[in-house]
Ligand binder design. Structure first.
Ligand SMILES: NC(=O)c1ccc[n+]([C@@H]2O[C@H](COP(=O)([O-])OP(=O)(O)OC[C@H]3O[C@@H](n4cnc5c(N)ncnc54)[C@H](OP(=O)(O)O)[C@@H]3O)[C@@H](O)[C@H]2O)c1
Length: 237
């Protein structure tokens, strides 16, 4: 049986993916701050879920993850789905700081821990949910998009490191467009997918060990557009 951890499984994409992994014979360690949500998930399949409620910005993530691996007795896959971000038109520093604490500081601690674990083991698969938002800046949520750009760049660095290590370590960067969860904020939303559809596509990308995947697939078109809009036009948008 394969062993996985999903960091950020109490709601949204991580929650939907946890259900798919368990249906596909994974033993899973699930985390998030809301213990009651973890307990609800565990009830669906008590034998296959191990839970650990903790705040990634306050706790020693490495210690918590080590404990979960001990409960699972191994680890093949770690999915980092915990993330935050708020619209911040007035540029309030507290909002930017909270975003950076989770999406940059805690993100780094978790992915570094996973990479080092897999390197020691000689194999493993690290998956992180970044965002299409990381491709360009945003006046509406500057820290959110910047933190996602950091994640995209960091994961590319880890992928290069994995290749150089000559070990069987895979690094997958999932870049969602808009998914119907608490995170999807703002007006004028389009192509919003359900978290179930997103999770199904993410599972497909995990199985194929893809390096980068847009979810849902049609968001790849928007990614191409975003990458090609000239700076002079983009700054007026
Ligand atoms: N939804 C979208 O449209 C969209 C688009 C692009 C990218 N994404 C990315 O997808 C990822 C998942 O988001 P989602 O849409 O599934 O939203 P979500 O439903 O809000 O899920 C976020 C998850 O992160 C966990 N989390 C938040 N703060 C945490 C903390 N301090 N410590 C530990 N866990 C924490 C939450 O659990 P607790 O609250 O229980 O701690 C929850 O399980 C995020 O990285 C997000 O940026 C989402």
């Amino acid at each position: 049986m394969k062993k996985a951890i999903i960091v950020g499984a109490t709601s949204g994409i991580g929650n939907a993916l946890a259900k798919i992994l368990v249906e596909n014979d994974y033993m899973i360690g699930i985390t998030g701050r809301r213990k009651t949500e973890l307990q609800k998930l565990k009830k669906l399949n008590p034998k296959n879920f191990s839970i650990s409620a903790f705040d990634c910005t306050r706790e020693n993530n490495s210690e918590k993850l080590e404990d979960l691996v001990a409960q699972l007795d191994g680890l093949d896959l770690l999915v980092l789905s915990a993330g935050t971000g708020d619209l911040n038109e007035n540029l309030e520093y507290e909002i930017e700081h909270a975003t950076n604490q989770l999406n940059v500081i805690a993100f780094t601690e978790v992915v570094d821990w996973a990479f080092n674990y897999f390197e020691k083991q000689g194999k493993g698969h690290l998956v992180a949910i970044s965002s299409i938002g990381g491709l360009r800046g945003s006046r509406m949520a500057p820290a959110y998009n910047a933190s996602k750009a950091y994640q995209i760049n960091y994961l590319e660095g880890l992928r290069q490191k994995a290749k150089n290590s000559k070990k069987q370590i895979y690094v997958t960067d999932i870049r969602p467009g808009l998914i119907d969860t608490d995170m999807a904020k703002g007006e004028g939303q389009f192509w919003v997918a359900t978290k179930e559809k997103a999770a199904k596509q993410i599972y497909g990308l995990i199985k194929r060990k893809k390096t980068v995947g847009y979810v849902t697939k049609r968001w790849r078109l928007i990614s191409l557009l975003l990458k090609t809009v000239p700076n002079g036009i983009y700054k007026r948008m």
